[in-house]
Design a protein around this ligand. Structure first.
Ligand code: KG4
Ligand code: ZN
Length: 339
């Protein structure tokens, strides 16, 4: 089945063409039109700006993806589009475009949950994944541990009570006057710093639940910066490295505990923060050491942050379960929680 994936939930306009079948996935086109320069001057995503950019970019992005994939509309067997969660005005552009194409091409349509897309991005490269699976989903809006006993079968074990991990990276980058987007900036700055230089708290690490909280950690960084008044490059690198280490310790510690308690066969890391190298490395090494039989997977970098390939893959698994949408009634759902 040839699938056209469309993603516009936040600040990336993305389109992918993916061939999917029992033997796996073949990504024929993976196109992302990024809005980073438009939002960088504001230090974060401005919804109104994002919506206007999506409107401008959606058709060129789609037509470029189809051209790159050498795919004709008649060959597209399914249109998969992000329905939510995300910014209403951003989601609406993708959803309305997908509904219009479904009508014009008479092609089946599926509205996909963005977080399910992140989770299923782990299937793109067809690794061996066995159920039950524990997903650590870490993005700009979400930080969750999700147990998955089969396709479409999710159970939420815990989530953040306040800031998501990516949100904390973005806010701490602002405090340190590092450029937007904050995650990659913190990671870059941290490479020159000592992660043991500041003893930041490890929020909720010792609590026997699977919830997270990053707002207090962010405030600790703020107080430290306010106390120091003037920061050298070295100070900034040390704070970035210590903050990053605290986030990684909490995420990895809780994931390992959940993996043990639920006796999972695989652990998957997904979402924009999964692009963080120290997190990928630490989780992989800790699992190898403590639970060597557990399979670990995280997508290649280009499938971690928002993209449409993951939406096409999620479309495929939903189509197998006959979870189709209708162009007449498909609507964006900005608060759609997976579980
Ligand atoms: O999944 P995503 O692209 O969008 C949402 O669904 O939110 O995630 C974006 C988040 C941002 O907060 C960004 O700062 C963070 O992922 N991020 C990173 C890295 N790359 C992106 N965080 C830490 N390290 C990175 N290398
Ligand atoms: Zn995302």
């Amino acid at each position: 089945m040839r699938i056209l994936g469309i993603e516009t939930s936040c600040d990336e306009t993305a389109a992918s063409v993916v061939d999917a079948g029992n033997s796996g996935f073949n990504v024929r086109a993976h196109v992302i039109s990024s809005q980073i320069p438009q939002h960088a001057k504001y230090g974060g995503v401005v919804p109104e700006v994002a919506a206007r950019e999506h409107v401008k970019n959606i058709i060129p992005t789609l037509s470029y993806a189809l051209k790159k994939a050498e795919a004709k509309p008649a060959q597209i067997g399914l249109i998969a589009v992000t329905k939510g969660p995300g910014l209403m005005t951003s989601l609406a552009v993708g959803v309305q475009t997908a509904a219009a194409l479904s009508y014009a091409w008479d092609t089946p349509l599926i509205g996909v949950n963005h977080m399910e897309g992140h989770i299923l991005s782990n299937w793109v490269r067809n690794p061996r994944i066995r159920f039950p699976v524990l997903n650590l989903v870490v993005s700009g809006g979400h930080t969750e541990l999700v147990l998955m006993t089969g396709h479409g079968k999710y159970k939420l074990l815990g989530k953040t009570r306040d800031d998501a991990a990516g949100e904390a990276f973005d806010k701490v980058a602002k405090i340190l006057h590092l450029p937007y987007p904050g995650g990659p900036s913190i990671q870059r700055a941290a490479e020159q710093g000592n992660p043991a230089s500041v003893a930041f708290p490890r929020p909720m690490l010792r609590e026997s639940n699977y919830e997270f909280s990053f707002a207090g950690l962010k405030t600790s960084v703020l107080y430290l910066v306010q106390k120091r008044k003037k920061l050298s490059g070295k100070d900034r690198a040390d704070i970035a490295a210590s903050f990053q280490q605290a986030v990684v310790d909490v995420l990895v510690g809780k994931t390992l505990r959940a993996a043990r308690q639920y006796r999972v066969k695989s652990v998957l890391l997904a979402g924009g923060v999964a692009a963080n190298r120290p997190l990928r490395k630490t989780l992989k090494h800790s699992l190898n050491k403590e639970l060597p039989k557990v399979i670990f997977s995280t997508p290649p970098f280009e499938f971690c942050t928002d993209n449409a390939t993951m939406i096409a893959v999620a479309g495929y698994f939903n189509a197998k379960r006959k979870k189709f949408s209708r162009w007449q009634t498909l609507d964006a759902d900005p608060n759609w929680e997976l579980v």
